[in-house]
Write a new protein. Sequence first.
Length: 185
Amino acid sequence: MNNKLTTRFALFVVPVVIGVLALAPALVATPVASAKRNPLQNIPVTGTVNGTAFHGTLDIVSFQPNATNTGLVATGLLDGQYGTETLTDFLVTGIPVTLPTSDNSPSAHRTCAILDLSLGPLDVNLLGLVIHLDEVNLTIDAVSGPGNLLGNLLCAIVGLLDGNPLGGILGQISDLLNRIIDLLG
């Protein structure tokens, strides 16, 4: 009788102890290394202006259509070292934004860039559940040609963005981008 009780007790306690040991690392609060949350912040900028070196970072704060309504421009804040001067929150406007365009060659098969997305690393600690996502690069291209219905459609849509006045659409795109900036915060 005593041996059965000990066996039952061991069958109950051993899984509980193993479960506690397995969950112990998750229950301990560990700091997660901070990752760049917003890909539009802390963009490294280096160069030379009038013979003087500049090293710093740029934070994009908004987007808007350019003066001719044929593209987008960004506005940002520049921080860094310009020679012996330190710049803080220096407003830079009219930064050209390039959008992927389609290849307008007359060949039967053409490739159109649809999406080129790069996300920096992401570290999340959610009540002890630590999630790490390395850098993600996603490229989507459409191939047009005979029998490529979806590729033909997407290349045609991308072709609409090539050099046409897009005031209303660019305004909507810049509004959406500005909302994304607000969400990334």
